[in-house]
Design a protein around this ligand. Structure first.
Ligand SMILES: *Cc1c(COP(=O)(O)O)cnc(C)c1O
Length: 384
């Protein structure tokens, strides 16, 4: 593993981490985090309402250009609510990726709907437009709804995910879904700040969701955002996330089964302080990505580079090794030497809960899962 040793040295030099251990992705709190959290505590507004919730939502509206931004407890809850708002019902199909974090499939399962896996694109690791086109060829449109012919089930939504911050060919995916009357929800949990043809990921579908979990580009401890331009859905998202309480000064009346999915003021305060630094974080993450790209240029391993039209937040860098065996040797060597690396997620169709779900063979997903490794990608306060 001479090449792995060279890469470990390179990563040590890149991050110059005094503790010696180099994590995959660590949060940094170097802005207004403490000031805003103190403000929360001093005001006693630490829970489900408060000025920071409003400021968090306003910041996200302004940054992404969305008409509505609704703060919720996490990205998984944002996906769950979005699927419900898009009209997904029990036993219906939701098209998504097998190469994704479990949250996407869990949210689909909370509704009682069934994930249906189509392959990813080799160039961007997200839902493939060609695979989606091929899937739709097995469906038919009746009464403005899409039905999968063999199962007779309605295709109720499509949820592409922008893997590691790299945008899918989202405009083409939206076109395909619109032509088949299938609402599209973007799982933009990993891609806050990434754009496709100059427009923010999360802003192409009917609804888009972001995560502010501790391992993401910016964090609120736990938190999520739903964005949409649709007046009815935007208002309903807020309503359902707040126990569907009918606004009144003292009466407690609720008109739907709602959820306690509000993002607390204290998490919103942390989110806002982090968002103020988002572009600064991304600038350094871009420099890290460039350094990796140069390092792997004359290597037999392939650095996962950005396709045309995509500007990434560079959440996690990735390389493709020659084989699963080589991947495992690399993982062992780097983790043994204090450099945290990890493989892609186990593909969803191999997990016990989803083994019986439909899929299209998933050729690219399987190849990528066999060979991909994520590399340390944290913002570097000491360098930037
Ligand atoms: C992080 C993530 C989510 C949401 O995660 P939460 O921890 O619930 O905020 C959803 N989908 C993907 C692909 C993710 O990476």
């Amino acid at each position: 593993m001479e090449a792995a040793a060279k890469t470990v040295d390179f990563i040590r030099e890149l991050f110059r981490e005094p503790s010696g251990f180099i994590p995959l992705h660590a949060p940094h709190f170097i802005g207004n985090e403490k000031a805003y959290l103190n403000e929360c505590i001093d005001s006693t507004f630490v829970s489900s309402v408060g000025p920071f919730v409003d400021r968090f939502e306003a910041w996200m509206r302004e940054y992404t250009g969305a008409k509505y931004a609704i703060a919720v407890v996490n990205g998984t809850a944002a996906l769950h609510l979005s699927l419900q708002l898009a009209g997904v019902k029990r036993d219906e199909l939701v098209v998504t990726q097998a190469l994704s974090f479990i949250a996407t499939c869990n949210a689909i399962s909370y509704i009682g709907a069934e994930p249906c896996f189509v392959d990813v694109d080799k160039n961007n690791l997200g839902l493939s437009a060609d695979a989606l086109r091929a899937f739709f060829a097995t469906c038919e449109v009746r009464n403005n709804a899409c039905y999968h012919r063999a199962s007779g089930k309605r295709v109720a939504a499509c949820v592409p995910m922008h893997t590691f911050g790299i945008s899918t060919e989202i405009d083409t995916l939206v076109e395909l879904c619109n032509a088949h009357h299938v609402p599209l929800i973007e799982d933009a949990a990993e891609s806050l700040g990434s754009t496709w043809k100059g427009k923010h990921t999360g802003r192409f579908g009917l609804l888009g969701t972001y995560s502010f979990n501790g391992n993401k580009t910016v964090t609120s401890g736990g938190g999520g955002i739903i964005v949409t331009d649709d007046d009815e859905l935007g208002k309903m998202a807020k309503h359902l996330s707040t126990q569907s309480k009918v606004p009144h000064r003292w009466d407690f009346v609720h008109d739907h089964i709602g959820y306690n999915y509000r993002c607390p003021n204290i998490n919103s305060a942390l989110a806002l302080a982090q968002l103020e630094q988002l572009e600064h974080f991304i600038a350094d993450k871009r420099a890290i990505a460039e350094a990796y790209k140069t390092h792997f240029a004359d290597s037999s391993w392939e650095y996962v580079a950005l396709p045309e039209h995509c500007v990434s937040n560079h959440w996690l860098n990735a390389i493709l090794l020659g084989s699963r065996e080589e991947r495992d040797q690399f993982l062992t060597f780097t983790n043994d030497h204090g450099v945290m690396t990890r493989p892609a997620w186990e593909l969803m169709h191999r997990l016990p809960m989803f083994v019986n779900c439909m899929h299209d063979g998933l050729t690219n997903s399987i190849d990528i899962a066999d060979r991909l490794v994520n590399l340390p990608s944290s913002f570097r306060p000491s360098v930037a």
